[in-house]
Design a binder for this molecule. Sequence first.
Ligand SMILES: O=C(O)CCC(=O)C(=O)O
Ligand SMILES: [Fe+2]
Length: 300
Amino acid sequence: MSELNWDVKRLAGALGAEVRGIRLAAATETDIEGIKSLLNDHMVLFFPDQHPSVDEHVEFGRKFGTLEGHPHLKNPFTKHPELFELAASEGGIADEWHTDLTFRPEPSVMSILHMVKCPESGGDTMWTNLCAAFDALSPPMQELCDGLTALHDAQPHGRPEQMAIHPVVRQHPETGRKALYVNEHFTRRIVEMSGAESECLLTFLTRWVQYPKFTVRYNWSEGTVCLWDNRCTQHFVLNDFSTERIIQRVTVVGDHPEGSAARWPAYTDSAGRSAVSRHDRQLARFLKASRSDEEASKVS
Ligand SMILES: O=C(O)CCC(=O)C(=O)O
Ligand SMILES: [Fe+2]
């Protein structure tokens, strides 16, 4: 079936669309191209009444690229190491705004989620459009952010030693749009600023992306499949439910976030020792380790 025959309903001003009239388990190559194009327009897509089996879900995911397991979540589906299940009754409600896995050098490109069991009420998920959030900043703030990079770590997963540095403004490889690429869950520090300045700017930016007009909120029904572009969105689960909520997810492997190069050196290079220098230690350690890795790769 061609994209033209699908019923596409935009859900909010900023992002999100519900799509009917296609059975994902039977998606052809043309359908997949149509879905990719819709995803570039809407950033998050919802396909109600799909109810895919685990095999169908994994097969559908593979049509978008190589799949990866979650680095830190145990997976009950041993047959499919790429699929993980999140049962909220066993902890793990993602109620901080985040882009998935930004503590990795190549955070995932896309996730495909199947809502298996809805709570009796509540448990909606929200997404925010990081390009709209960037576009709405004033020109001086855009210019400042576009020359900065930030350190991300996996502290929320109990793995603070897993870190990566990404541009604060990321350019989407397909649409060319600029996205504000910092999140309250994983982003720790602006590399080129002092700890105090970084805290101030990150607090502003990570709250700015949560401004309601950049978001969509989705109320699930069982059997809905959702795809989101992890390069230009963040998401947040409402922790307002008490009965079981189960999702299953597959994740398409990541790409390297591209953006403007840092216009200033890392702040720790020029910082003197002071009472606040302890805030710079994590960054200094990561930069030192990355530089010795670079030197080693030049030698070998
Ligand atoms: O449960 C959800 O709605 C989304 C959970 C989440 O953050 C994720 O799957 O990355
Ligand atoms: Fe997530």
